[in-house]
Structures are given as C-alpha cells and as structure tokens.
Design a binder for this molecule. Structure first.
Ligand SMILES: Cc1ncc(COP(=O)(O)O)c(C=O)c1O
Length: 382
C-alpha cells in the first residue's frame, strides 16, 4: 500500500466483530479473565488497550518500523526513550532541539547522572569530534528540521556514524511526519513524535508516538511504558487515528501554503531574516530534498529592527499567537519567551534563537488571507 492508503487502512483497520469502519474506543481499565492465567490477551489498560494498540500499530506501519508506542505527550515519549540509559551514559543532542526536550534532559535526567552535550548535528565533523572526546556516548538525538531554526541534519550520515561508534540514533520527526520523512528507512533506531502537532492535526489533543526498528528495543520500551505509565488514553488514541487519516491531504496543503507564505516574506523589505528549508539558498536545502519529500510548514523569521514585535503580534487577526504548531489553524509564537524559554539566555544566543525570532506554523486557511493578515500586521508594527 502507498502511504496515502496506509494512513487510512494501516494498523488495525476498523472492528472485526461488528464491521464498524472506525476502531472502537475501548474505554476500560481492566478485562475479565476466564480463569487464573487465562485471559483475552489484555489484562490491564496500562499494559495494553485495543484502541491504543490500533494507533501504535498504525504508527509502526507508517514509519516502517518494528513496533510502535503511544504516550500521553511527546515529552512522555522522549522521557521513555531517555530511560533506556543509565547513570554515567551520555547523549548528544541537536543544538536547537525543542525547549522542552532540552529542559527534561537538563533539569530532570541530569539529576540521575545522564550526561548530555549540545552539538550542531548538521556539522558531521562536530558529531565525530564529540564521539571521540566522549567514550560514554550512547545515543545521538536529533531533530530535523530543528525547532525553531529549521537546521537540517543528514539522517543517513548520522546513522552511519552512530553505527560505526555503536551508539543509537534517535530522531524527533515531529516537523516532517512519516508522510514526508521516514528516519528508520534512513538508518535511525528510534523515531518519535509530538503527535500533538501534525499527526493529530487539529489542536485538540496532546500525544506522543514512538517507533523502534527492532524487537529487542521494542521489549525495552514496552517495559518502560508499562512500568512508568505515561500511556495515551483510549479516547485520545481514537482522536489521533482520526487525525492521521487525513494527514496526506493536510500536509500537501500545509506545504503549498508555507511555500507561498515563505516567498511573500522573502520579497518583503520589512523582514530581516527567514529560516525555511524550501529556499534554494538554505544551507541544507539539498539534504532536505534528498531525505524528505517536502519542506514542511514552519517558517521562522526576524523583523527589521525598526519594527515593533509586540505590535506585529497584536496586528495579526487571522493568525493566532499561541504555543504549538501543526494544526489546521495558523499559529505564531515567540520562541525566546514561549516554546524555548526553558533554554537559558546565553545558550539561546549561542545557538541562534535571538529575541526577535518569530516562528510561524502555516495552517490550512486560504493562502491569500494569510498574506493579507501578515501584510496588515507588518504595517501595524512600523
Ligand atoms: C519538535 C518537538 N518535539 C517534542 C515536543 C513535545 O511534545 P508535547 O508537547 O506533545 O509533549 C514538541 C512540542 O512542541 C516539539 O515541537
């Protein structure tokens, strides 16, 4: 099956008992057991639930991996992955990962002696250097494109370097989704998502998904998921399945609208800088083109100095100021005070998240309406 069909029919398709085309919501915590040691395959919903299993099988199919897992949030999925490591191990992190990813590593896992190093993973030499310097590295955790600077990391090359050094490659694929990019096929061991974003797609749920490339890792993650309990509930599992069904049409339209919006911003003399991998002059445009079949719908930009950023946000009427991205509605945010506020000022400056940076998640509205809104806000900010 091609991915457009798999999005609709992958995993567990409908209900075998009644023929319902929509997977039922098994809103249950436990299951009747026929006798001691004799059950239906389900014992307790933290361990396994048929609705959650449907979305877990679906994401495993979509990412072409071995086994999938659904968590209560993207950060619960990320935390489960980090629990694979032991005190004294080290993880290399892409230097501008999502602020919450940095925070959980820096403020929680560091207390358990899991070490980390921020590395610009788009520079392979820097990754090699870090591996040579640190014998205790166990994994390279990359986000590509990164949030919010849209830096691209070559997944196949990183996976190759990781394999040579016997360390794992973990990819946060939130910005691309398996519709545009499949990290496991490029050599990654684990791929994960904030399914809150494009996979859910409607800004109505918080969820995380994770896929592994082998059964041994699957057993370990299942053990962690069951032991620590950060599972996705049955209703949100169902909502997520519903969202995923329309991913292909949404991503095509997101991509088209983002392209149009990026071109508008590029041609506007009130914009100082733009970060968008779809531009031919983006430093890693060719890598993005080779490993993904689109550029996604996130554009980050900086206004010219003479503009008032607060007035710009106030001037937007259609595009909403808010955290998150990947929903049907366009959202704009200020990373320095919102999504990336957990990263200390000095580190933000070092990795390029300047105070004037604006992140735009281009939604599915009419593209002319979006341009009109941006034009008005830019005028208002003058
Ligand atoms: C790239 C990326 N990864 C992970 C997360 C965390 O996901 P969640 O908010 O679902 O916990 C986010 C949230 O914004 C994100 O943008």
């Amino acid at each position: 099956m091609k991915i457009e069909s798999l999005l609709i029919h992958g995993g567990i398709d409908g209900d075998k008992i009644t023929g319902a085309v929509s997977v039922p919501i098994y809103q249950t915590s436990t299951y009747k057991q026929e006798a001691l040691g004799k059950n239906s395959g389900y014992e307790y919903s933290r361990t396994g639930n048929p609705t959650r299993e449907a979305v877990e099988k679906l994401i495993a199919d979509l990412e072409e991996g071995c086994r999938g897992f659904a968590f209560a949030s993207g950060l619960a999925a990320i935390s489960a992955v980090l629990m694979l490591f032991k005190s004294g191990d080290k993880v290399i992190l892409s230097s501008n990962v999502y602020g919450g990813t940095f925070r959980v590593v820096d403020k929680i896992f560091k207390n358990f002696n899991l070490e980390y190093e921020l590395v610009d993973t788009s520079d392979l030499e820097k990754v090699r250097e870090s591996l040579n310097r640190n014998q205790n590295v166990k994994a390279i955790f990359i986000e590509t494109p990164t949030n919010p600077l849209m830096t691209i990391t070559d997944i196949a090359k990183i996976s190759e370097i990781a394999r040579e050094n016997k360390v794992m490659t973990i990819v946060d694929n939130t910005f691309m989704t398996p519709y545009l990019q499949k990290p496991i096929k490029l050599g990654a061991d684990i791929v994960l998502h904030s399914a809150t974003k494009y996979l859910g797609g409607h800004s109505d749920l918080i969820a995380g998904l994770l896929v592994v490339n082998n059964e041994e890792l699957g057993e370990k993650i299942h053990f962690i998921q069951n032991s620590t309990g950060g599972i996705l509930n049955p209703f949100d599992s169902w909502l997520l399945i519903r969202g995923i069904k329309t991913l292909s049409v949404r991503m095509d339209r997101h991509d088209e609208n983002a392209n149009y919006t990026a071109e508008f911003l590029k041609g506007n003399n009130l914009i100082d800088k733009i970060y968008y991998p779809g531009f031919l002059n983006h430093p890693d445009h060719e890598i993005q083109k080779s490993q993904a079949r689109g550029y996604g719908a996130i554009i980050s930009f900086v206004l010219k100095d003479e503009l008032d950023i607060n007035k710009f946000f106030k001037g937007l009427k259609l595009i909403t100021l808010g955290e998150s991205l990947g929903g049907v509605e366009s959202l704009v945010c200020h990373p320095a005070t919102m999504t990336h506020a957990a990263i200390p000022y000095e580190i933000r400056q070092e990795i390029g998240i300047e105070d004037g940076l604006i992140r735009l998640s281009v939604g599915l509205e009419n593209k002319e309406d979006l341009i009109e809104d941006l034009k008005n806000a830019l005028e208002f900010a003058r």
